[in-house]
Design a protein around this ligand. Structure first.
Ligand SMILES: *Cc1c(COP(=O)(O)O)cnc(C)c1O
Length: 432
């Protein structure tokens, strides 16, 4: 499953993106992106609804005939217009803050299908989630169990809990996005799991409903999932043998996408393997949950940007564009690779550039050593920008965050307006 075949010398495009070349121009679901950039200005995020639903459909096919709930891990892209797509498709949501819960409710999501992850939930967030009636708290430490029990008890409730276990498997991904090794801050250590479940079952404000794990992100092979599944099922055996029933088993998210010819397994193929393992161990009819984020939205979005100036140098040429690390933080944070392509590629001789933003930081780069024929005023697309871009965007350098468009066949909807300087100054106060 590599990217779509290059069309006659035009750059390769990622799989499952709904991008293609028509008349030598980049299109998303049939919409000409250069025209959208001209109309709405740059930087600009554009998403394909069909690409999101296509990615979701692969999971739905994988779980056909099973009792499974897909909870979109919304930190990947939490814009309301994106949440609506998944809420209307019947998804639940994996949230990590009270703010994200408010977004789910504003987008028409079902609170009963919300699971609340994260190592540091505040008491106020716990109370807010109990009031909303969320489906499950994914608890990450013994101390958190005690606090949650107290908060629920004060409300005369029993909080539904799952304990996030740390299966100690190496997802073979970037260290900043691997979360299931024993030196990570996430989850309860394998050896402590049974004791932690005993404590949860004894606390008056809690009701044990599940078990969960999440081993990392941008995972491109099935083996870490199979290993984690075996480790989690061993724990379910132990916990249930101790008389504590587990209603659902949640295998987290983490499936990778094609950023640069990466070939992660398709969601349905991966789940065919995982379900075979579950069936073999007698757990195939359990209620299953997953928390995919990146794999549902990553390749459904692009960020469009305009070339401001070209700056030749002795060793490097710089292509300075109007998008920056505040809009696209992944290269600066993880040295991540995003394909960058001209929206209307030219046939002239290519020059090698580092594509960088205008921010006063050497870390403000978007792509290194890219070859193209561009001039100031030309526009580029940064591909695979649907996940962990807009949701991580900031106002560094008092830059307004970009607008977002959602393409749905013939329709193009503005789902977020460009942030103005007035928006940014609104909460600040001058000294008297
Ligand atoms: C971030 C996160 C996810 C989603 O990860 P992806 O790699 O985007 O699929 C799922 N579960 C938890 C607990 C997370 O923190």
């Amino acid at each position: 499953m590599s990217g779509a075949a290059p069309t006659q010398g035009l750059p390769a495009l990622p799989a499952l993106s709904q991008l293609d070349w028509q008349d030598g121009q980049l299109h998303l679901e049939g919409a000409a992106l250069d025209a959208l950039a001209q109309q709405h200005g740059t930087p600009l995020f554009v998403y394909s609804k069909a690409a999101m639903l296509q990615a979701l459909a692969a999971y739905q096919r994988g779980f056909a005939g099973r009792n499974a709930q897909i909870c979109y891990a919304m930190k990947a892209n939490s814009s309301l217009g994106v949440l609506q797509v998944f809420a209307r498709a019947g998804c639940g949501f994996d949230i990590v803050s009270g703010g994200e819960l408010a977004r789910v409710l504003a987008a028409g999501g079902d609170a009963a299908k919300v699971i609340f992850s994260g190592v540091g939930k505040t008491r106020a967030e716990m109370a807010q989630a109990l009031d909303a009636g969320i489906g499950c708290f994914n608890v990450e430490s013994e101390a958190e169990l005690e606090v949650l029990s107290a908060v629920a008890q004060a409300k005369g409730q029993r909080a539904p809990v799952s304990i996030r276990v740390n299966p100690n498997v190496d997802p073979k991904t970037h260290p900043y996005i691997s979360t299931g090794l024993k030196d990570n801050k996430f989850g309860v250590a394998h050896e402590r799991t049974l004791a932690t479940y005993r404590r949860a079952a004894a606390l008056p404000g809690l009701r044990v409903v599940g078990i969960d794990c999440h081993i990392g992100s941008q995972i491109t092979e099935p083996t870490p999932y199979l290993d984690a599944m075996d480790r989690v099922l061993d724990l379910v055996d132990q916990i249930e043998a101790a008389g504590i029933p587990i209603d659902h088993i949640d295998f987290g998210g983490g499936l990778g996408i094609d950023y640069n010819g990466d070939t992660p397994p398709a969601a349905d193929a991966l789940w065919a393997q995982l379900l075979a393992r579950l069936d073999a161990r007698g757990y195939g009819q359990r209620k299953l949950m997953i928390e995919p984020g990146r794999s549902l939205v990553g390749n459904a979005g692009v960020c469009l940007t305009e070339v401001l100036v070209l700056k030749p140098g002795e060793h490097k040429n710089f292509c300075i564009v109007d998008a920056a690390m505040n809009d696209l933080p992944r290269p600066a944070m993880y040295e991540a690779f995003h394909r960058i392509v001209p929206l209307v590629p030219k046939a002239g001789a290519a020059t090698r550039y580092d594509v960088v933003g205008p921010i006063c930081e050497s870390g403000d780069w978007i792509g290194r050593d890219r070859d193209f024929d561009v001039a100031p005023g030309d526009r580029l697309a940064v591909l695979s920008a649907g996940a962990y871009c807009m949701s991580m965007a900031s106002n560094y350098n008092t830059r307004g965050r970009p607008p977002e468009l959602l393409v749905d066949g013939q329709k193009v909807m503005l789902i977020r307006e460009r942030e103005t300087v007035a928006d940014q100054l609104r909460n600040e106060r001058l000294q008297p």
